[in-house]
Every structure is written in C-alpha cells, then in structure tokens.
Design a protein around this ligand. Structure first.
Ligand code: GLY
Length: 390
C-alpha cells in the first residue's frame, strides 16, 4: 500500500514536471512581449538623453548615429510596443526617438533608407497619419530612388569606387517595401516600377541554382550585366551567409504580399525550403552565422538571422495551404520559442536589449556573438505576427 502510494506520487511528479516542460517549450507570445516591455521600460529610464542603441560590445552599449543603417530599429521597436500596449506611454517615446532621424531623408550616399526610415517613420506614420512623417518618408524615398540606374535597373547599395563599380547586396531587398509604399502614397508609379525591377533583377542574378544567394553582385556599368559575384560579410564568395539568406526570404515574401506576383511567392518558397533543409541547419533552427563555415558546430550562431527568418515564415505561411501553412507556422514558432528559451541577454544592468548572440560582421570581427538591435526588432515583429495569427 505504502509502495503503491510512492509510485502514484512519483508518477504525478513526473506528469507535473513534463507539463511544466511542455508549457515552457511552447511559445507564449504575450508572456514574452510582457517581459520585453518590462525590460525596455527600465532600459529607457536608464538613458539620460534619447540615443539609439545598436549593440553591446565589450560589455558596453554601443549607440549609433542617426546616419547609420541600424538607426531605425530602436524607434521601430518602440512603435511596435505602442501598438501592443496602446494604454501605455510608448508612443511618446517612439515619437522622440523617431524624430532623431529626420535628416536621414536627405541621405543619398547609400541604400539603407528602407531600414532607417520605413522601420521608424513608416511605423510611426501607420500609427498616427502625421503629415510631417509622410513628408519625411516621401523625401527619403526620393533620395533612395536617386540611386536607381535605368540601364542596370537596380538600386545601387554602396559607393565603393576602386573596389566595385555598382554593388548590389541581397539586403537591398529590404528597401523595396519602402519604395512600394511611396508609390502607393504619392501616386508616382515610378517607385513601384523600380521596386519590381530591382526584385526581378535580383531574382535573376543573385541566386545560385539551389536558391542560396550571393551577398554581393557587382554590375558592369557599361553593359548593365553582372561582373562579379561574392561576399562582403560572409565566409567566402561561395558560402551561405545566414543573414543574407534571411533577407532574401523576407524580401520575396514581402514582394508577394505587396504585388501578388506569383514569381515572388515561388522564390520565397524555394528559399525557405533551401534554408530549412540545409544540412548544416542545427536542430534548434538558430543558424550558424554562415551555413558553410567549416568550423560548425564550433562557431557562432546568428540570432538575428533566426529572428528575420521567423518573421518571414509567419508572413509566408499566410500564402500557403494546409500542411505547408501549418509547417511554416509551427517552424517559426519553434524558432521564437528557442530564441526565448536559450538565447536571451541575461544582464540586469542593461535592459535595452532582449536577445544575445547575433553576428554583425564576422570577417571584420565586428559585433560577433553579442546583442544587436535588429535581432530584437525582427523578434518583436515575429512575435506580433504570431500573436495576430492565433
Ligand atoms: N546590411 C546589413 C546587414 O545585414 O549586416
């Protein structure tokens, strides 16, 4: 009798423990969003003046100038928090940090205006319809469009004379939503034509037959044809830089959402299939910084690539049917649950960042294995997308 009691007790304990484990390994978006809210709220109070957090290096927060490509992510995070918790004062903060970026609208020296303005002023405009925000956005979109060349039919990413003639990087797909928005808002279809042309040329020239992508394609300015394909942030010219694969997946999914052109959906599906079935993709689906690093598994993972992938898969799942739709939704949620369970930044002295273990530029040894703001941005976007689809 006594023994029977012990056996029942033990079984109950195992049952309770396994339930707890199951609960913890499932994704609870609200629980995570509330944790992010508490941390961020405390983090902001610790800032004496509004500054734009970018990453943590050597234990210190690195802030960015409004002119760097990462400046829009922190304001964007604040706008997302404002939409999650409208009763709180997030939008006051969001306005304050967004407006640090106003002069970015005149930037014509590089392509990153989509990241910078659309993620900050763009989210702010869709929340407030403030006409001053619209002006910044349309001026900024015109600055971005000034980098489009009609012969090459793409937006030039960087100005690096001597190294490249007309470099276009896969990340540039992330600017196109901004151009499409500008076309719709202004009624000037040139923005839309540029975005579609950029996506089509990238589809043609940036991908290998297995749907992995090069990071950089340099175009010959005389012929408009690709002159060189390789990398800048990946391991080598024929490797698979993880964040680049994620930008491509996100970019083509967005292009399908915005245009309805089937070729973009097919491209997004092929990239997702390639990425998720990569022989070097770890079981927890948090990819190594470059999927062809021979050091795998003894090399860094890139949490930012995982967060971007999760956000993209949730969007992509809307356009799929039955099993495939469910599979991508479940996969994205698994990525998010794993990020929350094993990749958070456990530092109570710095609450501006939530996730740890991203890789900025491994070849330059910059921001390797640290919290980076864009990982948090796409993590938050993915959590909100996941919650909307419950
Ligand atoms: N272009 C920015 C990055 O992904 O590093």
């Amino acid at each position: 009798m006594f023994l029977k009691g012990i056996v029942i007790c033990f079984s109950l304990c195992v049952l309770v423990m396994s339930c707890q484990y199951t609960n913890r390994s499932e994704l609870d978006e609200k629980y995570i969003l509330n944790k992010i809210s508490d941390r961020l709220h405390a983090g902001i109070l610790e800032l004496d003046t509004p500054r734009l957090p970018r990453s943590v290096e050597g234990g210190k927060t690195r802030f960015t100038s409004p002119r760097s490509w990462t400046s829009g992510f922190f304001p964007g995070i604040l706008w997302m928090m404002a939409s999650y918790e409208p009763h709180k004062k997030w939008s006051n903060e969001a306005h304050k940090y967004t407006e640090l970026l106003e002069n970015v609208k005149y930037e014509t020296g590089h392509h990153d205006l989509g990241f910078m303005l659309y993620n900050s002023y763009g989210l702010g405009y869709s929340a407030t319809y403030n006409p001053a925000y619209k002006e910044v956005l349309l001026t900024g979109a015109a600055s971005l469009a000034s980098r489009y060349d009609t012969l090459i039919a793409l937006i030039k990413s960087w100005d690096r004379p001597g190294k490249w003639q007309y470099p276009v990087i896969i990340d540039n797909m992330m600017n196109l939503e901004f151009l499409l928005w500008a076309g719709k808002e202004s009624g000037d279809s040139t923005f839309i034509e540029m975005a579609i042309s950029h996506a089509d040329e990238t589809l043609k020239n940036h991908f290998r037959p297995d749907y992995s992508s090069y990071h950089v394609v340099d175009y010959d300015t005389a012929t408009g044809e690709p002159a060189w394909r390789g990398t800048h942030q990946g391991l080598n010219d024929s490797s698979d830089w993880a964040r680049g694969q994620a930008w491509g997946l996100y970019g083509y999914t967005m292009m399908y959402k915005e245009t309805g052109h089937k070729r973009y959906l097919n491209q997004a599906k092929s990239i997702a299939h390639y990425l998720l079935n990569h022989p070097n993709m770890p079981e927890d689906l948090i990819p190594y910084w470059d999927l062809k690093d021979p050091g795998i598994p003894n090399t860094h993972k890139d949490v930012s690539a995982a967060a971007i992938t999760a956000a993209a898969l949730l969007q992509l799942s809307d356009y799929l049917k039955n099993d495939q739709q469910l599979a991508y939704m479940v996969t994205a949620r698994k990525i998010l649950a794993n990020l929350d369970q094993s990749y958070t930044y456990e530092n109570e002295d710095n609450r501006l960042f939530y996730l740890d273990h991203s890789v900025g530029s491994k070849p330059k040894n910059g921001e390797v294995g640290v919290p980076i703001i864009y990982a948090d941005y796409y993590f938050l976007e993915a959590l909100m997308r996941s919650l909307e689809r419950r």
